[in-house]
Design a binder for this molecule. Structure first.
Ligand code: URA
Length: 270
């Protein structure tokens, strides 16, 4: 094939098209030297055998990454140390997919509500804090209107922005879960608010639909017994920005949370 001279206008138009379609990262785990011969793909049966242990970033399998996350999370004795452990953790594949930095938490670690979203977006990736974009600002306004402005400690099921703002995978969430659980145990919140379907799926380990479970109170108890609290799922503020008519249901959820905390206030936190 004869190489064509670069058509700058066409290239710019193509890049603009990709950007508008949500493509914000082009990556592989390692640079590819396309000048060298690449062997054709292995027969399918060999590919299946290789896939039984899925290597992650840094050569870790999924199981190794979770074990390593548990080990370093357990060693953290303060919320700041959890944040430092996350920033140094190499086991989540999202780390190598174009994220600028780790995004752990924002808010009051001594507050009464642990709020868990899905994953950092573009603004969070830039600023290094969760829920600081438009959806986060809506969430802040709702919490403030319910009298909970300084009560929430916000984090996500994963700590790196997924490329193209896709949902985090169960494998990515599993690699990050030990840090989330450690934050839960250190904070000992009176209630947990799960924001959006991916957060509910990861924490409650459920396939039930968001519209069915939103507003319901359940219990989140860690297997090792270090933390337990009532947990409710609500609609994601990004969804509320697209579907303002759903705000009424989400507001009812936030009021239910505020009422639950009022009742919990009878027994002051030790
Ligand atoms: N959406 C989330 O779920 N989390 C954030 O931090 C930002 C947007």
């Amino acid at each position: 094939m004869t190489p064509q001279p670069l058509d700058t206008a066409a290239t710019e138009a193509l890049l603009a098209f990709w950007r508008d379609a949500g493509v914000d990262a082009c990556y592989l785990d390692a640079p590819v030297d396309r000048t060298v011969f690449v062997a054709p793909p292995a027969p399918l049966v060999m590919q299946k055998a290789a896939a039984t242990v899925t290597p992650l970033h840094g050569g870790m399998s999924g199981a190794d990454a979770v074990a390593e996350a548990r080990r370093v999370a357990a060693a953290a004795t303060t919320m700041d140390e959890v944040g430092e452990a996350i920033a140094a953790f190499q086991g989540c594949p999202l780390r190598a997919m174009g994220a600028r930095q780790a995004v752990f938490a924002r808010g009051n670690p001594r507050g009464s509500v642990l709020l868990i979203g899905e994953s950092p977006g573009e603004t969070e990736d830039l600023r290094g804090e969760p829920f600081v974009g438009q959806p986060g600002q809506l969430l802040d306004r709702m919490l403030a209107a319910a009298g909970l402005a300084d009560q929430a400690f916000m984090t996500n099921t994963v700590f790196w922005k997924p490329p193209g703002d896709r949902l985090p995978t169960p494998q990515e969430q599993a690699a990050c879960a030990p840090f989330l659980e450690r934050a839960f145990a250190l904070m000992q919140p009176r209630a947990v608010l799960l924001v959006g379907a991916a957060a509910a799926k990861s924490v409650l380990n459920t396939e039930e639909g968001l519209m069915k479970i939103r507003g319901q109170w359940r219990e989140w108890r860690l297997d090792d017994g270090t933390a337990a609290a009532p947990v409710m799922t609500t609609l994601h503020p990004a969804f509320l920005l697209r579907q303002p008519q759903a705000k009424r249901a989400a507001w009812a959820d936030i009021l239910s949370l505020a009422a639950r905390l009022d009742t919990a206030q009878v027994e002051p936190k030790a």
